[in-house]
Design a protein around this ligand. Structure first.
Ligand SMILES: NC(=O)C1=CN([C@@H]2O[C@H](COP(=O)(O)OP(=O)(O)OC[C@H]3O[C@@H](n4cnc5c(N)ncnc54)[C@H](O)[C@@H]3O)[C@@H](O)[C@H]2O)[C@@H](O)CC1
Length: 536
């Protein structure tokens, strides 16, 4: 069955608060297992017939008036899909010219691709061995799919360079050529971002590499999926694709006439050093953004504790006067850390380090962001010498929730590695950090990963380059606080991970809801949104 995965459908405000079911993601090995299982029950070449037909159908629907269709086909089964699509387009009399630039070698073709080549020849498809002379109206990229597992060189690299530079609309078969199916690694020295509009049709399975690493940049604005009639349950997924869903469900919250703010959860944000207290260097805005986001996401009461003396604390947040501003010391005095979801980081700077031991020991629901992650290493020195990892393990053993929200550099520091290694294997890096800390890890970046100990990681489908702006992470931290604040104490790990994923997904969906026409289009091509624009 053919369905669109991205762009996400306009979800509006779901009344029932239901979270969309996550979709299974299968890497190369699991996809091959599924392929074998499916092929065993079908006549020869049936899967390739379905794949090629699906490609041809989507090509016609996407560019119905294309006259010159150029297929770029490699020497494996991905090329076979392209050859068969060309055959079916030709047989349907589509356009004026359907041509295949074929890089295969007849003696080394796998059986399905050999059959597809025969089909293409029988249909009268023109085969060429070099780039087309004129720019086509539509390109079908079937150079490499699942089988790509090393850097591109020679003729294949030259073909990929042509493909990436071609301004024509391009439909990628299964995966954009150059992209690794498992990790979203890019195997070539040419930019992953294509010059022209692009969509990708994933076949049989959705691969994790399409949604994280460089996958989203390479795959284009739209990702479609045809399962070719295979049963995804036949192989356990390597990851889940999480779609934004039912949180925050404002309509449902408001519908409860007898509700009151005490039922909607308390959030304490710790961070935001004021310039008056730190030699003129301040980060107050970060904590205010987190606090505002928590309020907007439905938290009943939000405190912001700034690590500074009383005279340096702003009297009020003029944008959200409902925020309760105080010194961090005052915020931590009493039972607030126990009953509120605590968000620590958000511009707290070095002043956070001395607060962390108490937070780790007292706050059952704790989000550690930015500066709090940087301060973790100093925790032992600041207290009785117990390592921070041991403290996180102890929290997990008590059934307490800790959420770490590193960007790739922070994750690399916590793992003791380098950022390139994290980015190369984002799923594995997030999972390794979750296992090492027994915490829920939100590894930010293109295709944010949510990982928890002993669980299959999730990649969040929402999110875009619009979020790559200062303060965006503080807004996410606030949303996480608001989401955790409404969880019952005995929610359990799975429900907590789902809640964290919902908050990340809701954050990723914010730019789509942002009124793009709302700011004057003055500066060269219009103003860009900032983190404050993510909040109404
Ligand atoms: N067999 C079938 O009936 C089906 C095949 N499908 C298609 O088949 C694809 C997988 O086909 P293949 O396994 O043949 O793999 P590919 O067609 O992706 O790659 C072909 C060969 O290229 C080689 N290769 C890898 N890296 C290279 C490099 N850097 N330079 C040069 N050669 C390199 C590999 O050894 C591989 O065997 C899927 O992505 C999908 O498009 C699906 O449509 C499902 C059905």
């Amino acid at each position: 069955m053919l369905r669109r995965i991205l762009p996400l459908p306009d979800l509006g405000a779901p009344e029932d608060g239901a979270t969309a079911r996550p979709l299974p993601l299968h890497g190369a090995a699991a996809s091959r297992r599924l392929e074998q299982t499916a092929a065993a029950t079908l006549p020869p070449h049936a899967l390739m017939e379905r794949a090629g037909t699906a490609v041809a159908r989507l090509a016609r629907a996407w560019r119905p008036h294309a006259r010159h269709v150029q297929v770029l086909a490699g020497g494996g089964n991905n090329g076979g899909d392209g050859l068969l699509a060309a055959a079916r387009l030709c047989q349907a009399g589509f356009g004026e010219r359907v041509e295949v630039w074929w890089l295969g070698c007849e003696e080394r073709l796998p059986p399905d691709a050999r059959w597809a080549l025969a089909q293409a020849r029988a249909a009268g498809v023109a085969l060429i061995g070099e780039p087309p002379a004129a720019e086509p109206d539509l390109v079908i990229d079937a150079l490499f799919g699942l089988g790509l597992d090393r850097p591109l060189q020679g003729a294949a690299l030259a073909a990929l360079r042509w493909l990436q530079a071609c301004p024509a609309p391009t439909l990628c078969v299964d995966l954009p050529s150059g992209l690794d199916a498992d990790h979203g690694h890019w195997w070539a020295d040419t930019p992953p971002q294509p010059a022209g509009p692009r969509l990708t049709l994933a076949l049989l399975t959705l691969k994790p590499g399409l949604f994280t690493g460089l996958g989203r940049a390479a795959a284009g604005a739209a990702i479609w999926f045809d399962d070719l009639g295979a049963d995804a349950a036949a192989a356990p997924p390597d990851a889940w694709l999480a779609l934004p869903g039912g949180w925050p469900h404002a309509a449902r919250q408001r519908a409860d006439h007898a509700s009151h703010k005490g039922r909607r959860g308390d959030v304490l944000v710790l961070g935001g050093v004021p310039p008056a207290a730190h030699e003129g260097v301040g980060m107050t805005g970060a904590a205010l953004l987190a606090g505002r986001a928590a309020l907007r996401a439905g938290a009943g009461r939000v405190w912001v504790g700034l690590p500074a003396p009383a005279h340096a604390i702003p009297a009020v947040d003029a944008v959200q006067p409902a925020l309760m501003l105080r010194t961090a010391a005052a915020a931590l005095d009493g039972d607030l850390p126990q009953r509120a979801a605590v968000v620590a980081g958000c511009g707290g700077g070095k002043a956070l380090a001395p607060l962390l031991p108490a937070l780790l020991a007292r706050a059952p629901r704790l989000v550690l962001d930015a500066d709090a992650l940087g301060a973790l290493g100093a925790v032992a020195a600041a207290d009785d010498g117990t390592d921070w990892r041991a403290r996180l393990h102890a929290r997990a053993a008590r059934g307490w929730t800790t959420v770490l929200t590193p960007h790739p550099l922070e994750a690399a520091r916590l793992l003791g590695g380098d950022v390139a290694a994290v980015q190369r294997r984002r799923l594995e890096a997030a999972q390794a950090l979750a296992e090492a800390t027994r915490a829920i890890v939100v590894l930010k970046g293109s295709g944010t990963v949510v990982a928890a100990p002993d669980a299959t990681p999730r990649i969040v489908a929402s999110g875009s380059g619009w979020l790559a702006t200062a303060g965006s992470g503080d807004v996410l931290a606030g949303l996480l606080g608001a989401r955790l604040a409404t969880l019952p104490a005995d929610a359990g790990t799975e429900a907590t991970v789902t809640a964290v994923t919902e908050a990340v997904a809701a954050h990723g969906a914010l730019p789509a809801a942002w009124p793009h026409g709302a700011l004057p289009a003055a500066w060269p091509h219009g103003w860009l949104p900032t983190a404050s624009d993510l909040l109404p």
